[in-house]
Design a protein around this ligand. Structure first.
Ligand code: ATP
Ligand code: MG
Ligand code: MG
Length: 297
């Protein structure tokens, strides 16, 4: 008998990735809601199964406020098809309400719950999460709005980094030139816009994550009105290696930080630790800039 079916009430599908679907589930025992990722693989696809198991081994190590909490994983066999056996890997995680990608898209259409300080909170949370990961000598390698989660609790939002499918330990002698097998959803802007130019070269450091966070912050602070506008702005950032003049005029301090984060020279990008110390003062400066903009001086 399936442990999944025995212990959980399967709710709605809340996401779909390259191999799996993510469901909102309630534990029949503790009555709490969880996000459970269900990855179905043909038995012979051992290589992919190993990859997915690596993802939970990576994820399982991290307990941090700004990292989606991993709880448990288990493997089941589905013999219901007479032709082949299917391995099903279940990953039980903390349930989040939304992704940053969704949020940015909703904000474009006007149905967003923008509130003062949200963007700063994302910045601080991402820097905290990455400072923690980098301290453990891990590179996430896939930071983008689709892998950043929002959890709302009593009107309080927490921002969490998730999806450790591409995370690597820095000690690994060599990074395999893995192809990204997961297909991005059509409505999302291209993943490559968020990834550091040197990432495909197999010669990179933790600074690839800093680059990605820089792009995410630009994407977030630079509220666009259409998908096209959003893509144009992100392409400009990538091509010019710095924020637009207009952006720099509006947010001089944020622009300066983003500029350093998206440098084409990886060793010029600031370390997470340094960014963290800048964060607090940055929050204050940004608030002043916002006040100036809205005339609340
Ligand atoms: P992709 O390649 O699109 O990034 P993936 O196979 O790596 O997908 P995930 O990113 O882990 O899979 O999850 C896919 C989607 O499921 C997410 O974009 C999100 O919408 C949803 N999701 C995943 N984990 C959670 C969670 N803990 N809480 C809420 N939703 C989640
Ligand atoms: Mg993902
Ligand atoms: Mg993934």
């Amino acid at each position: 008998i399936s442990r999944f079916e025995k212990d959980f009430e399967k709710g709605k599908c809340i996401g779909q990735g390259g191999f799996g679907k993510v469901y909102q589930c309630e534990s029949l025992l503790d009555k709490q809601s969880y996000a459970i990722k269900e990855i179905r693989l043909k038995s012979k696809d051992v290589e992919e199964l190993e990859k997915q198991i690596m993802e939970c081994r990576n994820h399982a190590q991290f307990v941090h406020l700004n990292i989606v909490r991993y709880y448990d994983a288990w493997l089941e066999c589905d013999n219901s098809s007479s032709i082949f056996t299917t391995h099903v890997l279940y990953i039980k995680m903390e349930l989040c309400n939304d992704t940053l990608e969704n949020y940015i898209q909703k904000r474009m259409t006007g149905v967003y719950k923008y509130y003062y300080g949200f963007d700063q909170k994302v910045m601080t949370s991402l820097i905290r999460a990455i400072e923690f990961l980098h301290g453990k000598r891990v590179i996430h390698r896939d930071i983008k709005p689709n892998n950043i989660f929002i959890k709302s609790n009593d009107g309080q939002d927490t921002i969490l980094l998730g999806d450790f499918g591409r995370a690597r330990n820095i000690q690994a002698e060599k990074f395999s030139a893995d192809t990204d097998s997961s297909s991005g959803m059509s409505s999302n802007v291209g993943t490559f816009l968020y990834s550091a130019p040197e990432l495909s070269s197999n010669n990179y450091t933790q600074s690839v994550d800093i680059y990605s966070i820089g792009v995410v912050l630009y994407d977030l602070f630079n509220a666009s009105y259409t998908r096209e506008e959003r893509i144009v702005k992100l392409n400009e950032l990538r091509d010019n290696g710095k924020p637009s003049n207009e952006f720099s005029f509006r947010f001089p301090e944020i622009a300066r930080i983003i500029h350093s984060m998206v440098s084409t020279k990886p060793d010029k990008r600031p370390h997470a630790k340094k960014l963290l110390t800048e964060c607090k003062s940055l929050e204050e400066i940004e608030r002043d800039e916002m006040d100036l903009l809205t005339g609340k001086t």
